[in-house]
Design a protein around this ligand. Structure first.
Ligand code: GSH
Length: 197
């Protein structure tokens, strides 16, 4: 019997990333929603506190980027997330790095302070707003005349960055830049692979 993929998580960009990748690859999975204030199951299953966690047969993985690599390596014959060449793979890694640092930092600065009960002041929000506008400007420039960030198909670069943009828009932690049509169309193209939590 083929082992079913199980994902433990809740509604966040890193969980959406993994669900989009599974949907894009057409891999059947079960999403087990955890209560963010109760991490006991997560720690029991994976030995650590963050989501998403993926369980497949005897294999347990945490970290969304690691999970995307596991899916590409272990489900051959499904659409690839890391491109067709050495060069594309490096470009994908560069965009992932950008998405997890410059693009996500404005949101994570606010989220971490809230989780720890620290103040989120007007200066921090203004910095977040400016930094996020600059980061999305880079994405919009890349997408002005192309459908995907790296190749002519969706890759881990698009999934990582678009899931972050989607969550930041939904959460409205700080003022968002004016809507860019190319950027919005691209986010829609990516998240249509997410069947939800
Ligand atoms: N590097 C990890 C980060 C995971 C992470 O920060 N997960 C968040 C949800 S996206 C989480 O569980 N945060 C802990 C919390 O909310 O207390 C990944 O990409 O999966």
């Amino acid at each position: 019997m083929v082992n079913k993929v199980v994902v433990y998580g809740f509604e966040t960009s890193n969980n959406m990333k993994v669900r989009v990748a599974l949907g894009f690859k057409g891999i059947d999975y079960e999403f087990r929603s955890i209560e963010p204030r109760d991490r006991a199951d997560l720690v029991r299953v994976s030995g650590q506190n963050l989501t998403p966690v993926l369980v497949h047969g005897g294999c347990v993985l945490f970290d969304s980027a690691a999970i995307l690599r596991y899916l590409d390596a272990n489900f051959p014959g499904t659409p690839k997330l890391f491109g067709d060449s050495h060069r594309q793979q490096w470009e994908i890694e560069d965009w992932e790095l950008f998405a997890r640092t410059e693009l996500a930092a404005p949101m994570m600065d606010v989220v971490h302070r809230r989780v720890y009960g620290e103040a989120v002041d007007a200066d921090l929000l203004a910095r977040a707003e400016n930094n996020y506008a600059a980061a999305t400007g880079k994405l919009a420039a890349q997408l002005a005349d192309r459908r995907w960030l790296v190749s002519d198909a969706m890759t881990a670069a698009d999934i990582t960055a678009a899931a972050t943009v989607f969550r930041i828009r939904a959460a409205k932690f700080f003022a968002l830049p004016a809507v860019d049509a190319a950027l919005s169309g691209w986010v829609e193209r990516v998240i249509r692979y997410d069947r939800g939590a």
